[in-house]
Design a protein around this ligand. Structure first.
Ligand code: ADP
Ligand code: MG
Length: 343
């Protein structure tokens, strides 16, 4: 009984820059458990970024491998509870013996050990025994080891014997691949613009992205309608509070201000500092392209400027795009996002 879910495999775990190191270290461990230098392997990252999926994939890969290994997956919470029960029932010896027999111990969310001194001491002994006997230890946590408050130093120092790798939020392209894979495994076709819209708007974590996909599929099938952009937008509005589904001037200003590292107020102010002028002009240019506001109204939104200022801004941006390749790339990168949002 290894407590592994068979759906968590390497095949279903999409690779991207966000997880490359962790994934390939995991793969190496899966092929030579206990004898690579990645022992222990600690995978860390925020909620819903694939820690459990990845470590279970390692477990499944080993279980399906040529050698007969005792793989055990356990959440830290379960480990703590079992340990407490063992204390209560006077079974500590059998608890320890059980864990010391394991070939591959996968222990999830070790941040849960924080402040639990007795559990940490027990885990320390088990860890040492397993490590000395070249058994593989794989752990996850929700933050980097240095930020694991409440974990004893001697335990943390053991983690440095192996490899620590993080998981980040997948980028846009990787999110698209994740959605495609998921929809493919569900046997569902979804339009490309919906995929792009979801990949672009859900930038929190993969679990949330999956949640939105599941709602979308459920709504479409319950109401017997096709999966469409409108449906996706409605669902996003219901799930994610305050989401902006329209490209407004305010939205463009906020986005450009962020992109150029200035404040929205600066765009509206009189200042003629170079970075601010550029950001302001780019925001005007996008406002012209992505909203239905008149030149006059756009000028008004930028601190009551004249419509001729807006014309000049659009012209300047076009000129600069022709002569400056890196500026052009930056504008096009931003444009892609507005385009998806304004579908
Ligand atoms: P964590 O343990 O870090 O909170 P999970 O492993 O539970 O996150 O992942 C949340 C969901 O996202 C799972 O359904 C998982 O299959 C999926 N997921 C995360 N990363 C990926 C990825 N790179 N490719 C495919 N699915 C992923
Ligand atoms: Mg998890």
């Amino acid at each position: 009984q290894s407590n592994l879910s068979t759906t968590y495999t390497f095949n279903s775990f999409i690779e991207g820059d966000c997880n490359r190191l962790a994934r390939s270290a995991g793969f190496a461990v899966a092929n030579k458990p206990g004898i690579t230098s990645f022992n222990p392997l600690l995978v860390y990252g925020g909620v819903g970024l694939g820690k459990t999926h990845l470590v279970q994939a390692i477990g499944n890969e080993i279980k399906n491998g040529p050698e007969d290994k005792f793989v055990l997956y356990v959440s830290s919470e379960k480990f703590v509870n079992q340990f407490m029960d063992a204390i209560k029932d006077g079974n500590i010896k059998s608890f320890t013996n059980f864990y010391m027999q394991v070939d591959v111990l996968i222990i999830d969310d070790i941040q849960f050990f924080a402040g639990k001194g007795r559990t940490q001491e027990m885990f320390f002994h088990i860890f040492n025994h397993l490590h000395q006997n070249k058994r593989q230890i794989i752990m996850t946590s929700d933050c980097a080891p240095k930020d694991l408050m409440g974990l004893e130093e001697r335990l943390l120092s053991r983690f440095k014997w192996g490899l620590t790798a993080d998981l980040q939020m997948p980028d846009f392209e990787t999110r698209i691949a994740i959605i495609r894979k998921k929809m493919q495994s569900e046997g569902i076709d979804i339009p490309t613009n919906v995929i792009e819209y979801l990949a672009y708007t859900v930038d929190t974590n993969v679990r949330e992205l999956e949640g939105v996909m599941i709602s979308l599929i459920a709504h479409a099938s319950l109401n017997r309608v096709e999966i469409s952009l409108d449906l996706a937008k409605t669902i996003m509005k219901n799930i994610v509070k305050d989401i902006e589904t329209e490209v407004s001037i305010e939205y463009i200003q906020k986005s450009c201000a962020e992109y150029y590292g200035i404040k929205v107020e600066d765009m509206k102010a009189k200042t003629r500092k170079k970075e601010i002028v550029i950001a302001r002009q780019v925001a005007m240019y996008f406002s012209k392209e992505f909203t239905n506001h008149s030149l006059k109204s756009i000028g008004y939104h930028f601190g009551g400027r004249d419509h001729s200022t807006v014309i000049h801004a659009v012209q300047s941006v076009n000129d600069l795009m022709e002569t400056d390749a890196s500026f052009r790339n930056a504008v096009q990168e931003q444009k892609k996002q507005f385009k998806i949002r304004s579908y």
